[in-house]
Design a protein around this ligand. Structure first.
Ligand SMILES: [Zn+2]
Length: 284
């Protein structure tokens, strides 16, 4: 059993120059595709669940499946609640077997963000669950998180140490211009800011909104050696496009297992591609 929290997993990336991919799953098919990709690529991996996914599938199915699928392998597998804004859901994930939670207090002022995050971090750490916080405010739309351009706040590098210390987080998501959802128009990332953040941070840094980035921008982010990069939107697109392709091309054959296989294969392929780009393959 190598179901772990993200503390050592992300610290290892800082020593050895690679990124751990965090992939948002939407059901057990996508969860098993992500975990099988990790096993095949011999790459650490983080399963991400949104609050919406948790509400739909339930705590017990998600946690027991993640633990079960993490058996009989040396590959480290973690499961994190992504963008936890509801304290009840975050606490229930901690009590029900998630190995990590993200506390998203990024819509609040600095001091309040610290307070919200600290409260949960203390509970999480009592249960050996690691914690990700967010400083700055990442733009775009992803399920219950919607941040318009005018509300985006890029992370102040000078504030990250203070935030980490006072909030008690193990890793920190920063805003450098990446966005949730698909990119509209030209992507404009603040690499100078990311460089400053990476220079100051002696703890794992997380980049959200890495779906749909131009190859050049993706490579450049990876070159700064953040510890975790999040892929969500692309999995949703692969999922629904698999159904669309199946129904358009094979519509006389109403066979659910065929389309489930298509979703599994396409998700696994996408994830394996990212593991190679993140340089996290062959770590065991
Ligand atoms: Zn995010």
């Amino acid at each position: 059993m190598t179901y772990v929290n993200t503390v050592k997993m992300l610290q290892d990336t800082m020593r050895n120059n690679y990124v751990v991919g965090a992939f948002n799953i939407v059901d057990i098919v996508t969860m098993s595709a992500v975990i099988d990709a990790a096993k095949e690529k011999k790459s650490p991996v983080i399963i991400q669940t949104s609050q919406k996914t948790v509400k739909q599938l339930g705590y017990k199915i998600l946690a027991s499946s993640a633990k079960l699928l993490s058996q009989e392998t040396d590959v480290e597998i973690a499961m994190i609640l992504d963008h936890g804004t509801d304290p009840e859901i975050i606490k229930n994930c901690i009590y029900n077997g998630w190995s990590a939670v993200m506390v998203d207090g990024s819509s609040k002022p600095f001091e309040e963000n610290i307070k919200i995050t600290r409260e949960i971090a203390d509970i999480a750490h009592e249960h050996n669950v690691s914690v990700e916080g967010e400083l700055g405010h990442i733009g775009g739309v992803e399920e219950h998180i919607s941040v318009s351009d005018s509300n985006v706040r890029l992370t102040d590098p000078e504030k990250i140490r203070e935030f980490k210390e006072l909030s008690g987080v193990d890793s920190l998501a920063v805003a450098i211009g990446t966005q949730h959802g698909l990119y509209k128009g030209k992507v404009s990332l603040d690499f100078e800011r990311l460089g400053k953040i990476m220079k100051i941070a002696d703890f794992p840094i997380v980049i959200h909104g890495c779906s749909d980035l131009p190859e050049e921008d993706l490579k450049r982010i990876i070159s700064f050696n953040p510890s975790k990069m999040n892929i969500s939107t692309e999995i949703k697109h692969v999922y629904l496009n698999s159904y669309k392709d199946y129904l358009c091309n094979d519509n006389n054959n109403y066979e659910p297992i065929n389309v489930i296989k298509l979703v599994y294969d396409n998700t696994k392929k996408l994830v394996e591609g990212y593991m190679d780009k993140f340089n996290s393959s062959n770590r065991y």
